[in-house]
Ligand binder design. Structure first.
Ligand SMILES: *Cc1c(COP(=O)(O)O)cnc(C)c1O
Length: 477
């Protein structure tokens, strides 16, 4: 299996060749040359597999240059009960992603039972093990530099802690995260994890990461890499749970389902799109946004108009406060018939701060056959959804999952079973849960009192020279 760029101007590469990199050299994102197809016979056989065996069945179609025994071992190490039992006491952690049925035909797929209580662990844990494996083989080291407003940074740190050959330099806005999120990250004492609290906002931290990444000499000398959501291995790992959720919600592979997906960077739902392109019988993919509704707008109107960080609202589902969806280009590549020249033309406008409009093009006519629906959810909607689920089913969901459920119930076609992807546990967003329910969410036992643990972090002004000096001082030459 070879990977090509969405902008059609980069040499094809193998899975391990693109594993540690980010963008393709032409500025595009990598995708498989062709989506591997899953036969009906395979679907029937996969239905019975454990999560780890299913993950191997799916990922061996993508990671074709990792020897089978090695890939199997990496996956078996990743998707174990030991890693995914941080969630609720009443979850069946042997399933890794248990399906919770609210009523016949309406389900929640639990994806937040990993170490940081958000679905990002599902892919990031695999990435940590794949990185360690690849670096070991190449006798190489990697220094991961990232900026986070919460979930991605902690998922990356918990995936990379203690890994050979890897250091993590994670920037976060000083004093802007919740006490819980701060404690999750800053209490890590592993010597390969460096938390840097920037005196500024998330965007300032993000700009510092971009500035360092654009200094190609520094980047090469200090072997700087990233783990952001455009990483192909992350997307591929997320494909697996669409299969798992489908099998858990159906009795036969003749049935179709709908998935509803709380979306920001379009990474999670992109994996659903690819699962469907592989042959998984997904009837409808329902995209849910919060008040930052740039993706909802596209699916409703055909206009994609990124808003810029100054026009991004701070909401109570903060992990979706994104107005430029970094994985969206992958879907658009398929929408325009995999025409890299067309994607290059469209994104030359987006990269210059502009928008695009497919309304009066053949792509608007092609869109319905991909069968997406979309909608948005506001603060009041999510409070109402959290309340209703608690009152009707005794189930507590987090703010992002509530957005997905609200839009999913609104948009699904009748008779299509609905699987709502749970993207985080309510314990991560205590404040809004208290606002909705007047009570605090349950917290996994391992996380009781983490706010009281000693914290280890560096406070820094938003100064690129200082960041470079810090990295240089902590990377042995
Ligand atoms: C990252 C995240 C999302 C958005 O996922 P994308 O892949 O960026 O679309 C939604 N909810 C939570 C809790 C997240 O952490």
């Amino acid at each position: 299996m070879k990977y090509i760029s969405t902008r059609g101007n980069a040499p094809a590469k193998s899975f391990t060749e693109i594993l540690l990199g980010g963008l393709a050299p032409d500025g595009g994102l990598y995708l498989p040359e062709q989506y591997p197809q899953v036969t009906r016979t395979e679907l029937d056989a996969w239905r019975k597999l454990s999560y780890a065996d299913l993950a191997y069945a799916v990922l061996s179609k993508f990671a074709t240059d990792i020897p089978a025994a090695d890939l199997k071992a990496i996956i078996a190490n990743t998707y174990t009960t030991a890693v995914y039992s941080n969630g609720r006491a009443d979850s069946d952690s042997t399933q890794i992603t248990p399906l919770r049925t609210l009523e016949p035909g309406v389900h929640i797929l639990e994806l937040s039972n990993g170490p940081t209580l958000a679905f990002k662990d599902m892919a990031m844990q695999l990435l940590g093990n794949l990185f360690e494996y690849a670096l070991d083989k190449q006798h190489e080291e990697l220094n991961i530099l990232g900026a986070t407003s919460g979930d991605t940074g902690s998922a990356a740190e918990y995936a990379m802690r203690g890994k050979r050959g890897i250091r993590v330099f994670m920037l976060s806005p000083n004093g802007k995260m919740s006490a819980f999120q701060r404690a999750q990250m800053y209490s890590l004492q592993d010597p390969n994890i460096f938390n840097i609290a920037i005196n500024g906002m998330f965007d300032d931290a993000q700009d510092m990461v971009k500035a360092v990444s654009n200094d190609h000499a520094f980047k090469a000398k200090y072997k700087i890499g990233t783990v952001n959501s455009i990483n192909w291995a992350r997307v591929s790992a997320q494909i697996v749970y669409y299969f798992k959720g489908y099998f858990a919600a159906t009795k036969s592979s003749d049935e179709q389902v709908a998935f509803s997906v709380p979306s920001g960077n379009f990474g999670n739902i992109c994996a659903g799109h690819i699962a469907r392109m592989m042959g998984l019988p997904i009837g409808q993919l329902i995209l849910a946004t919060n008040e930052n509704d740039v993706l909802d707008e596209f699916f409703r109107t055909g206009v994609y108009c990124p808003r810029g960080s100054a026009n991004t609202y701070e909401t109570s589902s903060p992990s979706m406060d994104i107005s430029k969806a970094s994985n969206f280009e992958r879907f658009v590549f398929d929408l325009v018939g995999r025409d890299g020249t067309k994607v290059r033309e469209i994104w030359s406008r987006v990269d210059a701060g502009g928008a695009f409009d497919i309304r009066h093009t053949p792509y608007w006519d092609a869109l319905p056959k991909f069968d997406f629906a979309s909608g948005k959810s506001t603060h009041l909607d999510r409070i109402k959804t959290i309340r209703e689920l608690w009152e009707e089913y005794g189930v507590m969901v987090d703010t992002h999952t509530a957005d997905g459920i609200k839009v999913g119930l609104e948009q699904r076609r009748p008779n299509l079973p609905l699987i709502c992807l749970e993207t985080a546990l309510p314990a991560k967003f205590e404040e809004t849960i208290v606002e909705a329910l007047g009570r605090r969410p349950e917290r996994p036992a391992a996380m009781e009192g983490i706010e009281n643990l000693p914290q280890r972090f560096e406070v820094m002004d938003a100064d690129v020279a200082k960041l470079k000096a810090f990295i240089a001082a902590h990377v042995p030459q």
